[in-house]
Ligand binder design. Structure first.
Ligand code: CAA
Length: 379
């Protein structure tokens, strides 16, 4: 595997890093405090082409490779994991399903707007009683004349309430189990589509997470995405790729936590010398750096496979499992190195700690990643 980034990818890294430091960093504290959705930041990201990095130019995107997209998520998440997840969900599970499985009309109607940032995308699979067991979802879609009538509810919908289009999974034939699940593109102002309660989360303040309800929601028949019954497989193959985005988000959090811990350990003196010079702290930093480097290799290996069009489901799950665990461990150690100060909101490490936790939960818990990896090993 060639681990060197191309000139184009390095340019992407520098552009996103500069943007995040100049345009996102000044607002991070405010987003944390008031939980305001970063509309202004997303608008600027759209102007830079970041809302459709991998979308082909013919559909209004930047037409860049997958690794460039992962670099962007990685760099954004170092400054704000909130902005990282908004872009990851918008792209990998909010836009790509239409690009991969949509008709030409659907791509022209929706992908162009999603890629330009005029629209924001969301993905609706999880329900109150079906999280890890996604195939047991209960939302129903019944064809009636030229509409599907949707009834049911969804939970933990990232970008919910802010998004313009929602990829919604519902059963068109419950007797067939996962083979009866179909996907739909639901527009935000669809009659019977109700945005519900906002979740008050431990972290990722600024990213919106809501409950959704469908009460006789009328979705035009032309908004069926892919064939009836193919929704589950399509969702799974999308998540294969989406998980690399969450792995990159995790990596960004871990890198930021390590950087903060190194800087603080050099500056904070106890017992007459910087705490970095105490072996207990120096060894912690060494272990943190080792884990971060290993996570980086796994994230970019999965991205590289995807960029070259190779299957990457196992590698994506391995990258997400390891990078999210690394984010949690490195953020925990960073708080420890900061001591009492790390437990306050005066320093960013408590935010990294809170933001890291969800990376082990969403887009498939760590336990689900292990299940996916072991299925690959045993097949
Ligand atoms: N690609 C293509 N097809 C796949 C697939 C994949 N990766 N994984 C499974 N399938 C197919 C199978 O081949 C099978 O079809 P056949 O019978 O024709 O072979 C069908 O789907 C059913 O597969 P399984 O029997 O393996 O399915 P399962 O019910 O046992 O579930 C699971 C598998 C991996 C546990 C799955 O339910 C899963 O991934 N659960 C986690 C859900 C999840 O990640 N949710 C995230 C929500 S989105 C989110 O979090 C976004 C956010 O806000 C950040």
């Amino acid at each position: 595997m060639n681990l060197r980034f191309t000139e184009e990818q390095e340019m992407m890294r520098k552009m996103v890093r500069d943007f995040a430091e100049a345009e996102i960093a000044p607002f991070v504290e405010k987003m944390e405090e008031d939980g305001e959705f970063p509309r202004g930041i997303l608008k600027k990201m759209a102007e830079l082409g970041l809302m459709g990095i991998t979308i082909p130019e013919e559909y209004g995107g930047a037409g860049m490779d997958f690794t460039s997209y992962i670099i962007a998520i990685n760099e954004l998440s170092k400054v704000s994991a909130t902005v990282g997840v908004i872009l990851s969900v918008h792209t990998s599970v909010g836009t790509n399903p239409i690009l991969y499985f949509g008709t030409e009309e659907q791509k022209k109607k929706y992908v162009t707007k999603l890629a330009s940032g005029e629209y924001l995308g969301a993905f609706c699979l999880t329900e109150p009683s079906s999280g890890s067991d996604a195939g047991s979802l209960k939302t129903r879609a019944v064809l009636k004349d030229d509409h599907y009538i949707l009834n049911g509810s969804k939970v933990f919908i990232t970008n919910g309430g802010e998004a313009d289009t929602y990829i919604v999974y519902a059963s068109t034939n419950p007797e067939l189990g996962t083979k009866g699940i179909s996907a739909f593109i639901v527009e935000k102002d669809t009659p019977g589509f109700i945005i519900g309660k906002d979740e008050h989360k431990m972290g990722l303040h600024g990213s919106r997470t809501v409950q959704l309800t469908f009460e006789e929601a009328k979705v035009p028949v032309e908004n069926l995405l892919g064939a009836e019954g193919e929704g589950f497989k399509n969702a799974m193959s999308n998540l294969d790729v989406g998980r690399i985005g969450i792995a990159a988000q995790s990596l960004g959090i871990a890198e930021a936590a390590l950087e903060a811990a190194v800087a603080y350990a050099k500056e904070r003196a106890q017992f007459g010398k910087p705490i970095a010079a105490q072996q207990g702290v120096g060894f912690k930093l060494a272990d943190m750096a080792t884990a971060v480097e290993a996570a980086k290799l796994l994230v970019y290996r999965a991205a590289n496979l995807r960029s070259k069009g190779f299957p990457c489901g196992k590698e994506a799950s391995i990258a997400k499992l390891f990078a999210s665990k690394t984010a949690m461990e490195v953020a925990t150690e960073a708080v420890q190195i900061f001591g009492g100060y790390g437990y306050t909101k005066d320093y960013p490490v408590e935010r990294f700690f809170r933001d890291a936790k969800v990376c082990e939960i969403y887009e498939g818990t760590s336990e689900i990643q292990r299940l996916v990896i072991s299925k690959h090993l045993l097949k």
